[in-house]
Design a protein around this ligand. Sequence first.
Ligand SMILES: Cc1cc2nc3c(=O)[nH]c(=O)nc-3n(C[C@H](O)[C@H](O)[C@H](O)COP(=O)(O)O)c2cc1C
Length: 314
Amino acid sequence: MSFKLLSSPLQGFTDFRFRNAFHHYFGGIDTFYAPYIRLDGKFKIKSSYQRDLQLENNTTLDVIPQVMTNDADEFLFVVKYIQELGYKELNWNLGCPYPMVTKRGMGSGLVKEASKIDHILDRVHSETDVVVSMKMRMGYDNSDEILDTLPILEKYPIKNIAIHARIGKQLYKGGVDLDAFQRCIDYTKHTLYYNGDITTVSRFKEMQERFPSINHWMIGRGLIADPFLPSMIKANTTEYPENRLVVFKEFHDTIYKQYDEFLSGPTPIKMKMLGFWEFFSQSFSNPQKTYKAIKKASNPVAYKNAVSEILKKE
Ligand SMILES: Cc1cc2nc3c(=O)[nH]c(=O)nc-3n(C[C@H](O)[C@H](O)[C@H](O)COP(=O)(O)O)c2cc1C
């Protein structure tokens, strides 16, 4: 069965540097979703978002921008911005679980606000020709919240709805709720994408067997933890390439160099890479020891030595 793999956006991780290097060294991803744009009441696109989406940084890949808002004017402002850059589709984030966001009725806090969603989609579809796709959790407090909203979405030509099979208040804890995801399939005619906890080839296969009607699979953290995962899923193999560590090192060095050039001073680059190693370490034989070794490295030379040691021991 043919299927597509999508890179789920991770703010702070999957920017254009990561996406381009990822594609070059590992492949396996058909479409990349850029992390969200948020306006916070100001009708101005921050320069970090601009850099991430500008065309010279996105020459080869299929990239879809994302917005997080509960305001139609903000949505329309971002539509205009991405359309001027030449993007045709805008993904809408109704998934973010953090209380600072959800208490203000955004992210997964918006899932249960069916009439607000209706109003925004109505304006967006009557005032622009942008293609809208959505990325949602199943609710904030419980997974039934989405069931009142899905019928409203039927009125609009939403390209697809990616569902992270958790609720907001779980944050990233607990398991995904596959029965609740099945209910979503039963409640909508829209094309659904599955998202949540695809971390191994065998997990992917289990999901594919359980949901035969789904042929788009979004991978977020699993793809940073094990960057070979998408290409191995595509090749239907659990064998890593023989030069696994060489490829990983080249990828690592590529993003390190780019972040180092961009971020000034030893502390920001250290924090940036430490963030990545929280995920990378998970596919090394001793995750805790690996992460600790990186954490301990107090300067760039020590960091580089720590990385070499980790790869030598693997
Ligand atoms: C650090 C971090 C940043 C994230 N940033 C975004 C984001 O910008 N937009 C979004 O829709 N989801 C974001 N997510 C959620 C992921 O895209 C994804 O839906 C979630 O992690 C579940 O998929 P996974 O189990 O494959 O990681 C983020 C998650 C994490 C852990």
